[in-house]
Design a protein around this ligand. Structure first.
Ligand code: NAD
Length: 249
């Protein structure tokens, strides 16, 4: 088992069809004690029970610093350590540049970018004290190619910000044996894009994906597990593309 006895915290992990929950399931199968963190309406405790015995659900809002700090404190109190953080919570909006309002900007940047900063800040002191830890941040192909398929420019900016933030944190925390890496998923079938791709657009999208299919949550989960595990113990600051070849470069 790749993650035996590790405590793994996954933000935005409660959506049963999402990347976070697929990662939670795979990490639990690899021996980790998993904590699913999500908004109250997503019912993280109910999601955690689906993983089996010993896993936890925590309600928190990653855009709120006090909420992130309280969640980390609760987990440290209950489980004694946090070995892995997956910064997965994110929202998107289909917008054109001129249509992005200040509220849109705040909503999208706050969850992906501010949330990645606040949750990382909440766990890094414990990881530094342990002199070990792995953080995996979920960015997007949208950050690299200037728009994925559905998100607006503010989403690309948020996800590009995650890449820069993660690389800078990786430099700062390498000496403490804390590794910080990113995954950039392409188009993966989850609730974030459900029903939003018109049938007449699908073939055009597939034509741009050498592996000729839309991704599945487990395609991303496997890569997150790898980066979080000791198999990747000499990797920090990397960006792992998980997009079926959409962006070979
Ligand atoms: P999803 O909607 O299933 O998951 C997002 C989760 O984030 C939800 O459970 C939601 O409740 C949670 N969340 C939202 N705001 C939050 C907040 N303020 N605090 C805590 N949790 C919050 O969608 P998904 O596709 O599984 O997305 C997971 C991540 O992957 C996101 O960061 C998304 O941007 C990224 N991503 C997805 C795709 C894709 O094609 N699905 C591609 C690239 C990147």
């Amino acid at each position: 088992m790749l993650l035996k006895n590790k405590v793994a915290l996954i933000t935005g992990g409660a959506g049963r069809n999402g990347l976070g929950f697929a990662t939670a399931r795979m990490m639990a199968a690899q021996g980790a004690r998993v904590v699913i963190l999500d908004l109250a309406r997503a019912e993280p405790a109910a999601a955690a029970t689906l993983l089996g015995e010993g896993h936890l659900g925590v309600v928190a809002d990653v855009t709120d610093k006090a909420s992130c700090d309280a969640a980390a404190a609760e987990i440290l109190q209950a489980l004694g350590r946090i070995d892995i953080l997956v910064n997965n919570a994110g929202i998107t909006q289909p917008r054109k540049t001129l249509d992005i309002t200040g509220a849109d900007y705040d909503a999208v940047l706050d969850v992906s970018l501010r949330g990645t900063l606040y949750m990382s800040q909440a766990v890094l002191p414990a990881m530094r004290e342990q002199q070990s830890g792995a953080i995996v941040c979920i960015s997007s192909v949208s950050a690299q190619r200037g728009g994925g398929i559905l998100g607006g420019p503010h989403y690309s900016a948020a996800k590009a910000g995650v890449l820069g933030l993660a690389r800078a944190m990786a430099r700062e925390y390498g000496k403490d044996n804390v590794r910080i890496n990113c995954v950039t998923p392409g188009l993966i079938a989850t609730d974030i894009n459900k029903g939003l791709i018109p049938d007449d657009k699908l073939q055009g999208i597939l034509d741009g994906i050498p592996l000729n299919r839309i991704g599945e949550p487990n395609d991303v989960a496997g890569c997150v597990v790898f980066l979080a595990s000791d198999l990747a113990k000499y990797l920090t600051g990397v960006t792992l593309d998980v997009n079926g070849g959409m962006l070979i470069h």
